[in-house]
Design a protein around this ligand. Structure first.
Ligand code: NAI
Ligand code: MG
Length: 331
């Protein structure tokens, strides 16, 4: 029996999390889900955003399925997401944006995977108040982390029969920091002559993604651009409710939706569970339950093709529960 640490999160987190666990449980796998509250609800109940029991569980199980957590702005809270990624050195954040059937977008055959460096860049949170009117923020780029993420992207390309890796950067302006990221990428690319390597400045990348997304295959970039550009790729396939992610390190793995806690629709049973469900599929792939992951993906495709049952964000009127029920019925 493999134990999985499940973090229920804030906002829509608990709603989508319980539905995703319901889908997983219908497969009757040899998995046990240890469910934990984290985030705001937990803070009110026990004075901590993540209680020690959760860290203990993660350290035992080494695998986490995580619903979104709210990060309050300006209250002195450090993002729990960033903390978890750093604590467990989850240096790769992989975000596959793949078109799903029968979703109304201008693009039909999107298959773009973003490899976001997940531990440094401006996300180290080192902001210095110089005086009342001036703040410095530190952007950290290291050879080690840049090498790790570039290698991860090329290794993935080789293992999965992908053709091209594009490095996204702003080295024309950030000559030292993004310059290092870019030069490390070019070095690593030489070790993979069978994979096409190219580089693109981030602002142009955003325009190219909207105009000609079919040119992209795998993209690799520093943390901040990865955060922003991957939300853009979610828009290409129909929105944030559809984009999963895997946070991987050497010893730990954490799977989550790309979206946040969506306070605007929380508590209404309206959220799309697919992003977290597709993240659960990435987790099943990782655990070598590939056939089961395919089963869930096929069930999702069937429900989308039939068209009548879907949540509001993708043009329907079904609740989170009804949408999940329809997927479970296909299993
Ligand atoms: P958000 O991703 O929560 O929401 C953006 C928009 O997308 C909203 O209109 C929301 O209703 C919609 N949306 C998101 N997920 C959806 C779903 N599953 N189904 C239907 N519609 C969905 O981003 P926002 O509002 O900027 O952030 C809210 C909070 O989430 C913040 O505190 C932020 O820090 C946190 N956050 C947490 C993340 C995580 O836990 N990994 C990631 C991103 C944000
Ligand atoms: Mg984000």
């Amino acid at each position: 029996m493999r134990n999985i640490t499940v973090l229920k999160g804030d906002g829509i987190g608990p709603e989508i999390c319980s539905e995703v666990v319901r889908v997983l449980e219908t497969l009757k796998l040899d998995l046990n889900f240890e469910m934990y509250e984290v985030g705001e609800a937990c803070y009110e109940a026990c004075g901590e955003l993540i209680p020690q029991a959760v860290f203990d569980s993660i350290e035992n199980n080494k695998i986490v399925l995580k619903a979104p957590i709210t990060t309050p702005i300006g209250k002195g809270f450090k993002s729990l997401n960033v903390q978890l990624r750093n604590k467990y050195n989850l240096y790769q954040n992989i975000r596959p944006a793949k078109s799903l059937p029968n979703i109304d977008t201008p693009f039909k055959n999107i298959d773009i995977i973003t490899f976001r460096e997940n531990t440094e860049d401006l996300y180290i949170g080192e902001e210095v108040q110089i005086d009342e009117n001036t703040v410095h923020a530190i952007k950290l780029i290291t050879r080690e982390a840049s090498t790790n993420i570039a290698k991860a992207a090329f290794e993935y390309a080789v293992a999965n029969g992908r053709k091209k890796v594009t490095c996204v950067h702003k080295a024309n302006i950030l000559k030292l920091s993004d310059g290092l990221f870019l030069s490390v990428f070019n070095e690593v690319a030489k070790e993979y002559p069978q994979i096409e390597a190219n580089t693109m400045i981030v602002d142009n990348t955003c325009m190219q993604l909207v105009m000609k997304p079919e040119q992209f295959d795998i993209m690799v970039m520093p943390n901040l651009y990865g955060d922003i550009v991957s939300d853009l790729t979610s828009g290409l396939i129909g929105g944030l409710g559809l984009l999963p992610s895997a946070n991987l390190g050497e010893d730990f793995a954490m799977f989550e939706a790309v979206h946040g806690s969506a306070p605007d629709i929380a508590g209404q049973n309206k959220a799309n569970p697919l992003a977290l469900l597709l993240a659960a599929c990435l987790m099943l792939d990782y655990l070598e339950y590939r056939d089961e992951a395919t089963k869930i993906r096929n069930a999702i495709d069937e429900v989308l093709k039939e068209g009548s049952v879907r949540t509001a964000d993708i043009g329907g009127s079904a609740s989170t529960t009804e949408f999940t029920d329809a997927i479970i019925a296909k299993l």
